[in-house]
Design a protein around this ligand. Sequence first.
Ligand code: FOL
Length: 228
Amino acid sequence: MSRFTIIVAATKSNGIGQAGKLPWRLPKEIKYFAQVTSNAPDGKHNAVIMGRNTWESIPKKFRPLPGRLNIVITSQVNYDSGISVTSEATSTKTFIANNLQSALARLNDASIHRAFIIGGAYLYRETLKLAPATLIPPPASHLDPATDSTPYVDRILLTRVVEPEFEDCDVFMPEFRGPEFKGSLERAGTWVQASHAELKEWVGADVAEGVQEENGVKYEFQMWTRDT
Ligand code: FOL
C-alpha cells in the first residue's frame, strides 16, 4: 500500500475551509465523500489520514469516521483524540501518529484496501511533495516502478466548487498542478483529468455527472491522476 488518493472539495481559488470548518453545507457532496472513502471489498476497509485540525473539524457524532481506519497526525505528544474505546470487532479504529511516516507505516496491513488523504492544507502539501524512488535522481532511479514501494499520491478526487467563490475562505489547498510540486522532479507524472467513466469505474458506483447544485452552490466531481 504505497499509492494514495487525495480527496478534497475546493473552490476555483482552492479555498477549502473557513474558521475551522467547511465553508459550505453540501449533504450530497459529503455523502459522496462518505461513500467513496468507505467503499471496499468484503473483508477489507479503507484508511482516512488527516491532520489534527481536520479531525477536530469533523462533527463529534461522525468521528471517528465509521467503517474506516482513522489516522490522525499531530506533533503533540499525548494528544487526546477524545476516543477512548476502539473496537477490534469493527473496522472503525482511530490511530494517532506523530508524523506522516508513522501514519503511513500503519497501512502495511493486508486488510487495508485504499488509503485517502482527507486534509487539511498542510497534509495535502506534504503528501503532494512525495515522489516515488523511481523519479528521484540516481542511485534510486534504477528501481523498478512495478516494485517501488515509496509512498506517492497518484490520484486526486477533486470536487470543484465553481460558484459562488466563498471569499471568506481562510485555508487553501495547494495548486497541485503548480510549479511547487515539480522542482527537481521535472519527470514526475503530469496531472491529467480522467473521464467521468473512469471516475465511476474507480469509485465502483454511479457518480453524478456535470455541474451539481445544492443550497445554491454549484460543484462538479472530478478525478485527476498522474503516472509512475
Ligand atoms: N472531500 C470532499 N469531496 N468533500 C468534503 O467535504 C471533504 N471534507 C473533508 C475532506 N475531504 C473532503 C474533511 N472534512 C466529514 C466532515 C468533515 C470532513 C470530512 C468528513 C463527515 O462528517 N463525514 C461523514 C458523513 C457525514 C454525513 O453524512 O453528513 C462520513 O461518514 O464520512
